[in-house]
Design a protein around this ligand. Structure first.
Ligand code: ADP
Length: 488
């Protein structure tokens, strides 16, 4: 069988530029798929961080130029940077600016975001049509709303097109813009309609990808079911239910080389499933780092998260007294909503020595929280897949999670039957309310007090396969089936 060629179109990629799990997935997929005989290349915007990484590449080629891409010239560069085979859209008028990929230093969305990401999609479509010699993709795989117009540009152009797959990493971000932008976005008048880009009288970037792609995937089977019904669909459940036959859920994995407690250079002491007691070094290092009491017996509850309503961290604020009542400690690493930031800062000030809070984004600290906490809190109200609980499994920090989306698919609740069968890996609660969260904390503390049971949970967790292996095979099959179907 011939190698399947796939172009991935995405707005962030680890380790070059990352605001969340999307970047992790985009960065890990090409390597995971190589083992499945899929050649994946990734198109990303030329933000300053991406251009800087490319400057270190051995060889950079200019593969094609566009005289005018939404208000300025653009060049597509090809090169290998930090282990990734990239096509970079170098369009300084759109991407050469400070701040984050989506907003300025004050958190305000860049006003030209529709054009910035339409540009990404248009170039994705051009590569899809074969603009790059030696790389004509069989499939174009787009991620989230930022790449969402790619299938529309492919479809309305009229030339023969490759197969299309759209993956939803989070349905909460949909990319909706005023309808009078239609012509400026270089979309034809007939794109305006329910089978095209129209979405509640606006132009819907994500909506059009979900409507027009040959296949739609999301990042866990449970989230795939949730978004097809009612609230979980966030306005798109009808469309997704109507396309149920082409919608599926494929779990994310994590990069088990980057996340490996046996050789992680970012943590204080190395360990694996056969030596979990060596985590102690990491626990005391973490307690020191967060300025809380170094105490081997205190149960450390950790958080590594965006601070937002989705992540349910208001429940953690409401549950702090319960954590303290079982002799526990809390360490939190996160950034986001002002109110939550203030809430956690206040909690740290009110409980010195027992609650430690670091506001910000810090990759190495994230590893240290995973390696040193006894339990990791992920009380999301909805969670497409979630990566932090996968890292927690790998590092033996027992995840305490809500029964939603990917959390429900990746954690085995340590209930009586699971304990009896010796298969539990975490503590799960539902519905996502503060009182159920508090009950979960009490249940986890009971399990922790019974040392043998807790050690068993740690071993089970650390032996769970959280790699990309299975899911890479599923994506490869999805691409191949699609190619076969389109050739028929
Ligand atoms: P989401 O993409 O919704 O934010 P995920 O769990 O899918 O949530 O992915 C979050 C990723 O970002 C994980 O790799 C996690 O370790 C990382 N992360 C989140 N917050 C921080 C932080 N404050 N510092 C370092 N890493 C973080």
């Amino acid at each position: 069988m011939a190698t399947t060629k796939v172009l991935s179109v995405v707005s962030e990629i680890y380790p070059l530029i990352k605001t969340g799990g999307l970047a992790d997935v985009a960065g890990a997929l090409p390597g995971a798929l190589a083992a499945e005989d899929v050649e994946m290349r990734t198109l990303v915007p030329g933000y300053p961080a991406v251009m800087a990484a490319l400057a270190e590449a051995e060889k950079v080629e200019k593969v094609f130029r566009l005289k005018d891409l939404f208000g300025g010239p653009a060049v597509v560069l090809a090169g290998r940077a930090k282990g990734l085979d990239l096509f970079v859209l170098d369009a300084p008028h759109l991407f050469d600016r400070p701040g984050n990929p989506y907003h300025d230093g004050d958190g305000e969305d860049w006003p030209d975001n529709p054009f910035r990401f339409a540009a990404l999609a248009r170039v994705g479509a051009e590569i899809g049509f074969g603009a790059i010699k030696g790389f004509r993709p069989d499939v174009v795989h787009t991620h989230d709303w930022q790449a969402g117009l790619t299938p529309a540009y492919l479809e309305y152009d009229g030339r023969p097109r490759p197969g299309t797959v759209a993956t939803v990493h989070n349905l909460a971000f949909q990319g909706q813009y005023p309808k009078d932008m239609l012509a400026d976005l270089r979309l034809p008048p007939h794109a305006w309609g329910v089978d095209g880009v129209e979405y509640y009288d606006t132009i819907g970037f994500l909506k059009s990808a979900l409507r027009m792609s040959d296949r739609v995937t999301t990042v866990s089977p449970t989230y795939a079911a949730e978004i097809r019904s009612g609230e979980g669909g966030m306005g798109l459940s009808g469309l997704l239910a109507g396309r149920a036959g082409v919608v599926s859920g494929i779990l994310n994995g994590i990069d088990t080389d980057v996340w490996d407690p046996a050789k992680d250079p970012l943590i204080a002491g190395h360990y694996d499933a056969s030596t979990p007691s060596s985590r102690r070094t990491n626990k005391s290092a973490l307690q020191k780092r967060f300025g809380i009491k170094v105490d081997r017996r205190a149960m450390v509850f950790g958080v590594v998260s965006r601070l937002s309503w989705q992540k349910g961290l208001d429940m953690v604020l409401e549950g702090i007294e319960t954590i303290l009542s079982v002799g526990g400690q809390l360490v939190l690493l996160g950034s986001g909503d002002r109110e939550l930031v203030d809430g956690f800062r206040h909690a740290a000030a009110a409980h010195p020595g027992r609650v430690g809070v670091m506001i910000g984004y810090d990759e190495s600290l994230a590893h240290q929280v995973q390696a040193g906490s006894d339990a990791l809190l992920v009380p999301s109200r909805f969670e497409p897949c979630g990566l932090t609980q996968l890292c927690a499994l790998r590092y033996g920090a027992i995840p305490i999670v809500t029964r939603v989306g990917g959390l429900a698919d990746t954690i085995i609740d340590a209930n009586e039957m699971a304990l009896e069968a010796g298969v539990g890996t975490g503590v799960m609660f539902t519905p996502p309310h503060a009182d159920m969260f508090r009950a979960a904390i009490l249940r986890a503390a009971d399990l922790y007090r019974d040392g043998a049971t807790w050690r068993r949970l740690m071993k089970n967790a650390m032996r769970t396969d959280v790699s990309w292996r299975r899911s890479a095979a599923r994506y490869a099959k999805l691409y191949r089936d699609l190619v076969t179907e389109r050739n028929a």
